[in-house]
Ligand binder design. Structure first.
Ligand code: PAF
Length: 296
């Protein structure tokens, strides 16, 4: 496994791989890797001859009230996980090289940026789309691997790729969960023992929604209100949003339709967690295939 700090050197190494007709799979990350990231890396290793992972805590996606300095950076552990999971190249740029001064160009995926998480984290997805566009230009992979846990991010990136004609395929892989259903996230590390137990309520609420749908409920507002009732039973939980939306344009739906997205953002204590399911994708435990997102 080779570590690159500059895009010139990464480019030279990747050009050589391209000349040798090697397929390149790419997993962008902000580090603090967990089994969710590793599942993307392993999928990339199965399907490509070269796997590139970027580790970059992207300042452009943190709001003024979000503390980027607190973001976990266990680099040594991340590198050893990557080494053991079949990564060929690590790209470790710094902020100065990613955002040289003066810097003026940002990618805004209009209409998708402002809803769900975008409504409470203004500017967040502009930062995500910008850095991913830059990373795609630097790495020029054949396939980009994203996790379904960040479903809105995946929808936005897939739309950007389609709109701006990036020559890359996207694969959105299922969320990896703890045995009790909690979706893996770097933020779970911030939870106290009691909060960790309470956090299971997100996946429980999504399972409740699936059960209601299986039993014939089609009214989105009824499902949302039952999910909210369940979550509100936990005193540590404060709901940011619970939404049922179209997977293509993220607009709220009145009635459930196959393939729609049920998404949640809930603060457990001070930690904001997100989770989601795609209706008719199958129960959590059975999900193994890429999520059927539009453009993917
Ligand atoms: O999901 C993440 O870790 C980040 O948003 C990403 C895609 C690496 C962009 O910084």
């Amino acid at each position: 496994m080779k570590i690159f700090y500059s895009f010139e050197k990464l480019n030279a190494a990747l050009n050589k791989r391209r000349q040798d007709k090697k397929r390149i799979g790419f997993v962008p990350t902000m580090g603090a890797l967990h089994m969710g990231h590793l599942s993307l890396i392993k999928q990339a290793a199965r399907e490509n001859n070269t796997v590139v992972v970027s580790i970059f805590v992207n300042p452009a996606q943190f709001g003024p009230k979000e503390d980027m300095k607190k973001y976990p950076r266990p680099l040594k552990n991340d590198l050893s996980l990557c080494r053991r999971s079949g990564v060929d190249f690590i790209f470790l740029p710094d902020s100065k090289s990613m955002y040289p001064r003066p810097y003026s160009t940002f990618v805004n995926v209009e209409g998708l940026n402002e809803v769900l998480c975008g409504s409470v984290r203004p500017g967040h997805f502009r930062g995500v789309a910008t850095v991913v566009a830059k990373l795609l230009n630097i790495v020029r992979p054949d396939v980009l691997y994203l996790g379904q846990k960040d479903a809105q991010q995946a929808v936005i990136i897939a739309r950007m790729i389609n709109d701006l004609n990036f020559p890359v395929r996207v694969k959105v892989m299922p969320t990896i969960r703890e045995n009790d259903g909690l979706a893996l996230s770097s933020r779970n590390a911030y939870l106290s023992g009691k909060e960790r137990n309470d956090a299971v309520v997100l996946s429980k609420a999504l399972l409740l929604a699936q059960t209601l749908i299986d039993n014939g409920q089609r009214q989105a507002d009824r499902i949302i209100s039952r999910m909210k009732q369940l979550i509100s039973k936990k005193r540590s939980a404060r709901i940011d949003y619970a939404g049922i939306v179209d997977l293509e344009n993220l607009m709220p739906l009145k009635k459930i339709k196959p393939g729609c997205l049920i998404a949640l953002a809930v603060k457990i204590g001070k930690t904001r967690l997100i989770d989601n399911v795609v209706v008719n994708q199958g129960r959590f435990s059975k999900q193994r295939k890429p999520c059927p997102f539009k453009y993917v």
